[in-house]
Design a protein around this ligand. Structure first.
Ligand SMILES: C[S@@+](CC[C@H](N)C(=O)[O-])C[C@H]1O[C@@H](n2cnc3c(N)ncnc32)[C@H](O)[C@@H]1O
Length: 210
């Protein structure tokens, strides 16, 4: 959220910060250890780490510190300035909330469209996200979210939800339309497992045939 706020406030300042950082292992470790002094630096650090960390992975240790190693990116370009200014223009029209989904979803009104992309259920095709999911978003959170989405549907709100393709998740969204998709995953720890993963898209509206 701080990254969105930093980009929205001053995309040029964010760009200038990360453009001054080299892309190599030593520079990476230095940037990773930075304690950002302001929102521009925080946004620059997050974007730089996202583009240079191993596989773009986000993972923290028990103390909440980002601990992904350097990732030898294919290119040392981080994000072009025009992409950042385009994002800033869009963000100026957005309201950014940071809080539990119950709080945000309570503002939805009939005919609004709500897109929900929660942390996926555990054992998401063995992609190594078990700890991330269990810590941040328990099964009871998944159930709580599904109940809230069903309430929204009852109130005439259009809802789209994504999650991993598991039978238990299908059960949570009984009554929603379901589309199963397959996409290439780049996030597996073991490259041999970096194959296609199945995901589910639940919706209150019948999806159009592709
Ligand atoms: C799969 S990611 C969403 C990624 C996002 N769609 C994007 O493209 O950047 C799931 C997000 O849910 C957030 N999250 C975890 N627990 C939450 C909660 N209780 N309420 C709202 N958001 C939560 C996580 O911080 C994470 O950013």
């Amino acid at each position: 959220m701080r990254t969105y706020e930093g980009v929205r406030a001053n995309p040029r300042a964010v760009f200038d910060r990360y453009s001054a950082w080299q892309v190599n292992k030593d520079a990476y470790l230095e940037v990773r250890g930075l304690r950002p002094a302001d929102v521009s630096e925080a946004a620059a650090q997050f974007i730089y780490l996202n583009k240079t960390a191993w596989n773009g992975l986000y993972r923290v240790n028990r103390s909440g510190q980002f601990n992904v190693p350097f990732g030898l990116p294919k290119s040392s370009n981080i994000v072009a300035l025009d992409a950042l200014t385009a994002a800033a223009a869009l963000l100026k029209r957005a309201t950014i909330n940071h809080g539990d989904f119950e709080q945000t979803l309570s503002t939805a009104e009939p005919n609004d469209l709500v897109f929900v992309d929660p942390p996926y259920v555990t054992a998401h095709n063995d992609n190594g996200f078990v700890h991330y999911n269990e810590t941040l978003f328990s099964w009871s959170d998944q159930e709580r979210l599904a109940r809230r989405c069903a309430d929204l549907r009852e109130n005439g709100v259009h809802v789209i939800v994504t999650n991993a393709a598991h039978a238990s998740v299908r059960d949570l969204y009984a009554g929603f339309y379901v589309t199963e998709i397959t996409r290439h995953s780049t996030l597996a720890g073991n490259p041999a497992k970096r194959r296609s993963v199945k995901e589910l898209i639940f919706s209150t509206q019948r999806p159009r045939e592709a």
